[in-house]
Design a protein around this ligand. Structure first.
Ligand code: CTP
Ligand code: CA
Length: 222
């Protein structure tokens, strides 16, 4: 493919990408959250935009910045806010790269909780699963991509998420390999498709993985 053809291959398509962690407030100064730099989701949003898609990026509290100002950016803090923002977006392609908190405090204290000796008991409830929610209302012409981060039973868990959340593709990020995962600029990923196919990629930069992923999505929607 020539550069020009690739550049316009997603023209007219609407894309939704989530990135970064979510923070679930405990009190005015404390929160529960996940590790996530947001770099993977931002790289995907930028790559989709480079191919001509109209991109909405919903991102939690990230340290990384978005270079491409043609992207419609929506900044959120909590899982509930991320869910609400995503629910309002009309998309052809959605890529859920955020590390959404799975639990949030049942009650947020409006005053700072003072520390005292001993344990602090917090009651947590489940957050809404954004990927599963989009999957449950997905139309035939929409393409939905999720990520999976596992420490064990990687393949089984990735395939279960693919099926249960009604995604078209799951990108499994391996934490096992040297140089992959948190705090690194490289990822070791495997793509799992609904027809049972899988594709293992070599260790590569998040930007290169974003390119491969968007190439794959472009092939899928043809
Ligand atoms: N996800 C989401 N909303 C949530 C939780 C997860 O959209 N509330 C999405 C993530 O963005 C990712 C996929 O679901 O694309 C898988 O996330 P992961 O944390 O690996 O799996 P979970 O289903 O949350 O299960 P667990 O954490 O127990 O492995
Ligand atoms: Ca999770």
């Amino acid at each position: 493919q020539t550069f020009f053809a690739k550049q316009n291959s997603l023209k007219g398509k609407k894309a939704l990408v989530t990135a970064g962690p979510t923070y679930e407030a405990i009190d005015p100064v404390r929160f529960i959250g996940n590790h996530s730099s947001g770099k993977m989701g931002i790289a995907i949003a930028e790559e989709l935009q480079r191919r001509g898609a109209e991109v909405t990026l919903v991102y939690g509290p990230v340290s990384a910045s978005v270079k491409n100002n043609g992207i419609h950016c929506i900044s959120v803090t909590s899982a509930e806010e991320m869910y609400q923002a995503c629910s309002a977006v009309n998309y052809d392609i959605a890529v859920m790269a955020a590390a959404v908190a799975d639990y949030t405090p049942v009650k947020v204290s409006d005053k700072k909780i003072k520390k005292s000796d001993g344990v602090l008991n917090l009651t947590l409830k489940r957050t809404k699963d954004i990927l599963a929610s989009l999957g449950s209302t997905k139309r035939n012409e929409q393409t939905l991509v999720g990520f999976a981060l596992e420490t064990d039973n990687e393949k089984e868990s990735a395939l279960r998420k693919l099926k249960e959340k009604n995604a078209d593709l799951i990108v499994l990020n391996s934490l096992r390999d040297e140089g992959a995962g948190f705090g690194h600029d490289t990822n070791k990923a495997t793509f799992y498709f609904r027809d049972g196919c899988q594709k293992s990629l070599s260790l590569k930069s998040k930007a290169a993985l974003a390119t491969d992923l968007v190439d794959t999505i472009t092939e899928m929607i043809k």
